[in-house]
Design a protein around this ligand. Structure first.
Ligand code: FES
Length: 336
């Protein structure tokens, strides 16, 4: 059975099935209700039930009888048994999401190609980090140092944090990742950070420009768009040196099969002879301009080396892209 939930004061609405909680349904449909642990312990998802009825599989510890008597509900545990009207905050920008520090355990470590490592971080069972697809986290290191990496998964799938880390020659932290990091090791992370996320109030078609491991946040954003049924065209351009650098080419290609609104164009700047590359070559931003000489009706999301992002900026503006429609993670964080 499906019920309808209306949120006050925004008036946003979404559906909730009887086998999912109100919060799970909201995340699935890209509605950003607040949350912390997602298991009834922290109380951060609490909101007011203005109309309708909910049921709990078992009484959640963070909901006291006084809360209940005051009409409050814990949406990470509540199942709707009727249509609902609820009162809750909603995160619309990164500023609405609290930044948290959490311990995490390295659950998996896998080399994706010659210089990119896949990391899967497991958060404590009682805590989650709410984030918007495309944001980044910091590893907290000794002496107050930190290293920033984009989150490569989407919020509906937030039991783990996925990262793609490229080995930077002379980069102390990434060298450590490649040489010594071990599964089950514990770390402290802080996040989410950054303003790199899909502007969901817009209906403009989106161009995603990734350079190297800039594919990580783009992957998270596309997974979010797929999960929430976003109906905006997406064209992913992924610029790398040679074929071996397209470390998740199969995933990018799969996106295009899952939704006809998604296109994917890999662009190699220095294909090797044995790449037998028949595809696009050159700089990724030039490939975008060849396909979209007039960018005035688009949003461009750029993730990757700052040199790529800044080189593209003037050219895109000359092609009509409005300043506010050029959104990049390179504007705010420094990698290893
Ligand atoms: S009680 Fe923690 S998110 Fe619901």
């Amino acid at each position: 059975m499906t019920n309808r939930v209306k949120i006050e004061p925004t008036g946003h609405e979404f559906n909730v099935n009887s086998d999912e909680t109100v919060l799970d349904a909201a995340i699935r449909q890209g509605v950003h209700l607040p949350y912390g642990c997602r298991n009834g312990k922290c109380g951060k998802c609490m909101g007011k039930l203005l109309q309708g009825e909910v049921a709990y599989n078992e009484a959640p510890s963070a909901l006291s009888s006084a809360d209940k008597a005051n009409g409050m509900a814990l949406f990470c545990q509540a199942h709707a048994t009727t249509d609902l009207v609820i009162e809750s905050r909603e995160a619309e920008t990164a500023a609405d999401i609290p930044v948290v520090k959490l311990p995490c355990r390295l659950e998996a470590l896998e080399k994706l190609n010659h210089d990119v490592m896949y990391l899967k971080l497991k958060l404590p069972a009682t805590e989650r980090m709410q984030f918007l697809a495309g944001q980044y986290i910091d590893f907290l290191l000794d002496e107050g140092k930190h290293r920033s990496f984009s989150i490569a998964n989407a919020p509906h799938n937030d039991e783990y944090i996925e990262l793609h880390i490229r080995h930077v020659t002379d980069g102390k932290f990434t060298t450590e990742v490649f040489a010594n990091m071990k599964v089950k090791e514990m770390f402290r992370i802080e996040g989410p950070h950054g303003n790199f996320y899909i502007r969901e109030k817009s209906n403009k078609p989106m161009i995603f420009m990734a350079g190297g491991t800039g594919f990580a946040p783009i992957k998270g954003m596309v997974e979010h768009a797929l999960k929430t049924g976003m109906e905006r065209p997406i064209h992913i351009f992924w610029g790398v040196h040679a074929r071996e650098d397209l470390y998740m080419d199969d995933i990018a290609r799969k996106f295009t099969k899952l939704n006809p609104l998604i296109r994917y164009t890999p662009v190699l700047s220095q294909p090797k002879d044995d790449d037998n590359w028949q595809g696009r070559t050159g700089w990724v931003h030039e490939a975008i301009l060849e396909d979209y000489p007039d960018l005035s009706g688009y949003e461009v999301y750029a993730a990757g080396p700052p040199a790529m992002v800044y080189a593209a900026e003037d050219a895109f503006k000359a092609a009509g892209l409005a300043k506010e429609n050029y959104i990049s993670d390179a504007f705010e964080f420094n990698k290893d």
